[in-house]
Design a binder for this molecule. Structure first.
Ligand code: TYD
Ligand code: MG
Length: 453
């Protein structure tokens, strides 16, 4: 075999072949071989990008980096990264096309370069002129922000070595190719190899690297998913393109907590952080409506007030409809069954719609009681008081179970001026201090439904 050749490796068992084969000769799996570069050493990285050889040393003698973290000037972004951009870290940002990845990263580059750091923006999808147009729109003017349109990996690595940037953006990893590999850009082989070499180069030169990865509609990508294990931090952009709010969710972070979210608003001059996220998810006219409740949900370490709406209307013909958006359909079905069986609400012949205001997704059981109460409220045509929040998980027996982090939830509700909270009985002993909110303890769903009358 040549010193650096290409081999086809089965992704299931590691069997290798010099030619592409449809079926693995080792485990018999179909279409499982992926092209990889075989080097004479470890096979992972070429000589030019290898780490300097190091000897083991006591951890106490390892020098901490001088500037462990650079603030980006966007508090939401810094917070989810764990304080700011960590020097030498690799961050993967995934999201559907058009959600705002390039916009956000260009803005971050601008903020960093204004502080005197060099940033390098490598655009593989747009020309330099198109990037300039976007930069003008975002009022970006900094000589420390370098831009280059390049997709060849070797030239990119050379650029990184020559410019010594503090931050590099690769937009996007699916466009980058290594010429030694025959596969086209965006394939698993290319994406993995290129990302590997880019991350090694960034770590050895002390640059923070941001890789943009597009997520396809199905959520299966030759990109973000195959790269998650290589990156230190993985962020996903969520939100509807038609709406202006964008949620940046942390799914992995070696330097901070996961499950954090940052909320941004897409304006005509770029992404702006949202300082008071709870307010945007509560609709304005809610005070007069039946079938609406406010629930404090946990998003990472932060509580967010979210409005749930339900509409129960008699079905005119055929099978009644059940439509749910923003919460799990199965969870709602379970709550409906509990309402029918334990509370004896006759929901059988009713169309039922459940919706979360603002296009957010919630997947925590603490929303159960809120969902149950909005459905009952719409069915009975009784309003849930506008100064009340609802917290609790509902069990199959109709019992209301306790939830985690009750204090943080109550604090957020109090901050936004709510006066009453329906909470699980079991949670009461966990509440240490007064929140200035009247606590209404419930042990069973029936007690909660009685509140709405
Ligand atoms: P973009 O960052 O190009 O998305 P991605 O890189 O994730 O594919 O975002 C493009 C969208 O954002 C596009 O629909 C236009 C809109 N946009 C604004 O609303 N305001 C702005 O200032 C900018 C730059 C883009
Ligand atoms: Mg883009």
């Amino acid at each position: 075999m040549s010193k650096t050749g290409v081999v086809y490796v089965c992704q299931h068992c590691g069997w290798k072949s010099l030619k592409w084969v449809g079926r693995c000769g080792g485990c018999g799996e179909w279409d499982s071989t992926v092209e990889e570069i075989q080097t004479s050493h470890t096979g992972l990285h070429s000589k030019s990008v290898a780490f300097n050889r190091e000897l083991p040393q006591p951890i106490t003698r390892v020098k901490s980096p001088e500037c462990p973290c650079i603030e980006t000037g966007m508090k939401e972004f810094d917070r989810i990264l764990g304080g700011g951009i960590i020097v030498g870290s690799a961050v993967l940002i995934g999201g559907t096309p058009g959600i705002g990845k390039s916009t956000l990263l260009l803005q971050i580059c601008q903020n960093i370069s204004q502080k005197g750091y060099t940033t390098l923006y490598i655009t593989g999808e747009e020309s330099v002129a198109q990037t300039k147009l976007r930069a003008e729109r975002l009022s970006i003017l900094s000589d420390n922000l370098l831009v280059v349109a390049e997709t060849n990996l070797d030239f990119i690595l050379e650029n990184i070595h020559n410019t010594h940037p503090t931050m590099v953006v690769i937009d996007s990893i699916q466009m980058i190719y290594k010429s030694q590999l025959d596969s086209s850009p965006g394939t698993v082989a290319q994406v993995r190899q290129c990302a590997n070499e880019l991350i090694y180069t960034a770590k050895s030169t002390g640059s923070a690297i941001f890789l943009v990865g597009h997520v396809t509609k199905q959520g299966i990508i030759a990109g973000p998913k195959v790269l998650e294990h290589m990156a230190d931090t993985v962020l996903y952009f969520e939100g509807e393109k038609s709406q202006c709010y964008r949620i940046l969710r942390v799914v992995k972070n070696r330097f901070g907590s996961t499950d954090e979210i940052g909320i941004f608003e897409m304006r005509k001059n770029g992404l702006q952080q949202v300082d008071n996220p709870s307010e945007i998810f509560i609709s304005q006219g809610r005070r007069i409506n039946t079938g609406s409740a406010i629930i404090p949900c946990m998003e990472g370490t932060r509580a967010l007030l979210i409005e749930i709406q339900a509409l129960v209307a008699r079905a005119n013909f055929g099978m009644p409809e059940r439509k749910v958006s923003g919460v799990d359909y199965n969870r709602v079905s379970m709550i409906l069954a509990v309402l029918e069986k334990r509370i004896e609400l006759k929901l059988g012949g009713q169309d039922i719609f459940v919706n979360i205001v603002g296009g957010v997704q919630i997947d925590e059981p603490a929303a159960d009681l809120g969902i149950a109460m909005t459905i009952a409220s719409s069915f009975k045509e009784k309003v849930i008081p506008s100064d009340m929040v609802v917290i609790g998980e509902v069990g199959l027996g109709g019992e209301v179970r306790n939830v985690n982090q009750i204090e943080i939830r109550l604090k957020e509700a109090q901050r936004l001026g709510f006066k009453r909270a329906v909470i699980p009985k079991d949670n009461v002993k966990g509440i240490g201090k007064e929140f200035g909110i009247e606590l209404i303890e419930v042990g069973y769903l029936s007690e909660a439904i009685e509140i709405i009358g």
